[in-house]
Design a protein around this ligand. Structure first.
Ligand code: ADP
Length: 239
């Protein structure tokens, strides 16, 4: 499958990351690395700190301490905008597509923000989700949840990211669309580095080269796909 990535995938390193909301500590010394082009799953129950970790990585909230490095260079002082220009794209949990803009406009706005309006980045991203072509002139707000999720992923890919952060892309999505999303993420392997936050364990295991499990803001388990058993992972995730 061809993908919209034109640049080399990014290496991500996180060390000793702490984060607080007021006096409540939410992340505790989180450390992880993703090799360029690999997929890391971040697993954990609700409230474990997964979304907070993504928000720290994308620069939406400051970490209290610790180090985040893109290709070995510390990005702590960089705004979310600068991190996006360095090649990071996020598909947030609420999808956050522009509901008044059409599918085509949602993609164009994202690509334009990255100076890609005259490239084929939009067509390449849309081609990954053929269903979007039939919805091209529909307002984003009129799409189903699954269609919005496909649009949110296509929109992130239209920026030609080098690192893609996905926050629970399967949440509330019907199985046929989950399969389409899985095929697209699988096709990114080797081309775009992916950090996948998930609660749907089987989906994450099929895609990820390695995984970390967060519990109360701490990494309590980590390993490559073959190193950690399904039973161990589900024990950490089961409510
Ligand atoms: P997860 O994504 O694993 O479900 P979150 O990162 O959303 O976990 O939340 C981790 C913890 O931080 C939870 O206890 C949650 O209630 C708390 N939290 C999340 N966002 C905020 C916020 N904006 N202000 C205060 N506490 C928050």
């Amino acid at each position: 499958m061809s993908t919209p990535s034109a640049q080399a995938p990014m290496r991500l390193d996180v060390e000793g990351l702490d984060q607080h909301y007021g006096s409540a500590q939410v992340l505790r010394g989180v450390a992880l690395s993703i090799e360029p082009g690999a997929c890391l799953a971040v697993l954990g129950r609700n409230g474990a700190g997964k979304t907070t970790l993504l928000r720290c990585l994308s620069g939406l909230i400051p970490a209290s301490s610790g180090r985040i490095a893109f290709d070995g260079a510390e990005v702590g002082p960089l705004s979310s905008d600068r991190r996006a220009r360095a090649g990071l794209a996020t598909v947030p949990q609420g999808r956050e597509i522009f509901s008044d803009l059409t599918v085509a406009e949602n993609l164009r706005v994202a690509a334009r923000a990255h100076g890609l309006e005259r490239t084929d980045a939009i067509d390449e991203a849309a081609a990954l989700f053929p269903a979007l072509r039939d919805l091209w002139h529909r307002p984003g707000g009129n799409l189903s949840g699954g269609q919005q999720q496909q649009l949110a992923i296509a929109r992130a890919l239209a920026t030609r990211p080098r690192l893609l952060l996905l926050d629970e892309p399967t949440e509330g999505i019907q199985p046929s669309i989950v399969s389409a999303i899985e095929a697209v993420i699988a096709g990114l392997k080797g081309r775009i580095t992916v950090l996948l936050v998930e609660q749907y364990l089987d989906f994450a295991i099929r895609l990820a080269d390695s995984c970390v499990v967060l519990s109360r803001g701490q990494v309590v388990e980590r390993g490559t796909r073959g190193e950690i058993s399904h039973a161990d992972l589900s024990r950490h995730i089961a409510v």
